[in-house]
Design a protein around this ligand. Sequence first.
Ligand code: ADP
Ligand code: ZN
Ligand code: MG
Length: 476
Amino acid sequence: MSVPEDWEIVIGLEVHCELATTTKLFCGCPNLFGDEPNTNVCPVCLGLPGSLPVLNEKAVELALRLGQALHCAAKRGVFARKNYFYPDMPKDYQVSQYDMPTNVDGYLDLPDGARIGIERAHIEEDTGKNTHVGGGGRIHGAEYSLVDYNRAGIPLVEIVSRPDLRSADDARDCVNELRAILLATRVSDAKMEEGSMRVDANVSVRKRGDELGTRCEIKNLNSVRSLGRAIEYEASRQVDLITSGERVRQETRHWDEEAGRTRPGRSKEQAEDYRYFPEPDLVPLEPEADLVDHIVATMPALPNDRRQRLADAAGVTPNTSGVVVAVARGLDDLAFAAISERGDPARVLTHVEHNLAVDGADAVEPISLAKLTQLEVSGALTATQAKTVLAELVEHGGDPEAIANAKGFEEMDTSALDATVDEVIAAYADVWTKYVAGDDKAVQFLTGQVMRSTSGKADGKAVMAIFQERRRTSAH
Ligand code: ADP
Ligand code: ZN
Ligand code: MG
């Protein structure tokens, strides 16, 4: 599902990510997920009268590091109070950088080369978390609501992209790239499922070449998959509205994963509704040149550079899916080292992309992965067998060749294979005759029989090739 050819989708993302500090933004409470509710709280993050905030230096450093990774300028930042009443916010205001954010005017490059503008990446504090019980988890119709202030005051950076994205795929790539950057810089653990990375998507549509259309902001996107589905749904909803002569109303909408649709939320507040004013208890944040220089000098390799390095080693382009996935999952060091140990590049990338989960990959030595692919290249292991050996390497480590032997994956010599093929042809002469007569599908049955009598040791492709060759010669 998407919009008609002459229409264009326009998307800008607002991404909140929790910074990987040990304590909250303005107090010493621990920054931890999943603790007993309301145990990580104090007078400051509960907004009790007379308490005063103290800015967390580490949070500032992480925010600046992210800003530099996104090629932003580091500016004088001013904290403001954003006033609104909601039970998840004990102070009744949220401290956030408003018109003077720390990081401005940056960009990130997607793996396919598209450059996405970053308007700002500002520092703010998180709110608490409401849980509405009964009524399907929504506030309307709930029997009662619970509130957990453990999250209140956790440091966040909100990254606001320019409306430069043009498809659901672009948006997914952008979120994946942001996550890869957050992980590479160790700014956040960026777990969408735990809410430490939360994405809102602003979506509008227009006829190609027209001015920007009116946007809706979609909230409640808990995965990259939901993000893509929500954008496609929302874009076609807007096209339908406009083509039937109606207007798109600017509003906040919520994605309903089960129903597969967006629903209207509140109509969007204007900035003046929040009565922003500078936070009187905090001084402006002046990023010192020395600190910024130090951050730039100690910046870990970013996803773009890592893709380039792995791609060069593998002799492919940086946009190759195995390379993109390896870097996104942080498995590129392993892949790079395995290729440097003379592993077969294509097979190394295949294993990293398809056969290796992030958990457990640590146990795999680059040299073992390299050897594994060499065994495949030499024909000693089939792709399926290699997968089994790799699973064993993840579980217990060890030497690929020894594991292969222990599993009885010793190399089949071709003469043995020829003999088995002879036996199968004799045993299933009728199927063989059909195959020779041109029934191509019959080869699958015959191959299956060979695989069975070799207990899966033979390479299916090689067996099929033998049958094809036999048919070719027997036809003459
Ligand atoms: P607000 O001040 O209401 O939050 P912003 O101008 O800060 O609005 O933009 C918020 C987000 O909306 C940004 O990510 C921006 O790229 C995106 N955006 C702005 N205009 C459009 C549009 N016409 N279509 C899609 N996204 C848009
Ligand atoms: Zn606290
Ligand atoms: Mg905004």
